[in-house]
Ligand binder design. Structure first.
Ligand code: OGA
Ligand code: MN
Length: 282
């Protein structure tokens, strides 16, 4: 392969993330580039690409190079493409999707590997996405707390977010469907061995984790809050500025993300594909 056609992969922060140049995701990438992307994905947890021209078809093809696609139960799909979910905020809407730290699908028994998010319409200013690296966050804990966490599991659920009981603002309700399908509850270790990197990784998140297994919600709250405050420290985060054609491909087991809601009166539209994962273990 010639030098020009090689990928350039530049880390963007010490905790997570790399920007990739030299990849046209609208075309099949070939084994050599895919192998380099696989390695980078495992090392950095989230990959960013710019100036892409992804149609729903080519986004699906890129995603399928990594595994099979999860059809999301709750989001409205792009017309004609059930595999592609719309992440949309209209100018008149005040709440956004993903406007708090979370990782997608942790409530599934086999949590999703990751998501490929492609910017279609972005506000002139604002609408960035924050990412946080859960391996770096874990590494920075004390040996004492690591020891305590090593024996713990936590319950994750979709019910309080997407279910009938979810406390959703009215202008969110029409963006999520099928509340009766929000019945996923599952238990995962609080610290997992990351399925790709093998690194110890903190695996609780403010969006979907409810409590430690065998502990009440009240008992769990202080330690969960401590972990959330620790893991969302700037030292473990990176803020991505979107432009049309930008793509982020993140690992849901290695990272959290947060869609910043600071663009009132403007449209933001993203296309998301989520990939099947595997059971996680300590
Ligand atoms: C998501 C999500 C973040 C964003 O699609 O899962 O949280 O910035 N989106 O739109
Ligand atoms: Mn999300």
């Amino acid at each position: 392969m010639s030098e020009e056609s090689k990928l350039q992969i530049e880390p963007v922060s010490s905790a997570l993330g790399a920007e990739v140049r030299g990849a046209d995701l609208s075309k099949p990438l070939g084994e050599e580039k895919l192998a380099a992307l696989r390695e980078a994905f495992s090392e950095y947890g989230v990959l960013f690409f710019r100036d892409q021209t992804l149609s729903p078809e080519s986004q699906i093809r890129f995603a399928e190079a990594w595994g099979s696609i999860v059809i999301n139960r709750f989001f409205t799909p792009v017309d004609g493409f059930p595999q592609v979910a719309e992440v949309r905020k209209e100018p008149h809407q005040s709440f956004n999707v993903g406007g708090g730290w979370h990782t997608d699908h942790s409530y599934d028994v086999e949590p999703a590997l990751g998501s490929v998010l492609c910017a279609k319409n972005v506000p002139e200013m604002g609408g960035d996405t924050l990412f946080a690296g859960m391996s770096a966050a874990y590494d920075a804990l004390s040996d004492g707390l690591k020891e305590t966490l090593s024996g713990l599991n936590a319950l994750h659920s979709s019910r309080h977010v997407f279910g009938d009981l979810a406390d959703l603002p009215a202008d969110m309700r029409d963006r999520f469907g099928n509340p009766e399908k929000a019945t996923q509850d599952t238990v995962h270790p609080v610290v997992i061995a990351h399925p790709l990197s093998g690194r110890k990784t903190l695996y609780v998140n403010p969006g979907f984790t409810r409590h430690f297994e065998g502990w009440t919600m009240d008992e769990s709250r202080p330690l969960l809050d401590y972990l959330y405050k620790h893991a969302s420290n700037e030292a473990f985060t990176y803020r991505f500025r979107w432009e049309p054609g930008a793509v982020a491909f993140w690992d849901n087991r290695a990272t959290w993300h947060y869609a910043v809601n600071d663009y009132p009166g403007q449209l933001r539209l993203m296309h998301r594909i989520t990939l099947d994962g595997e059971a996680v273990s300590a």
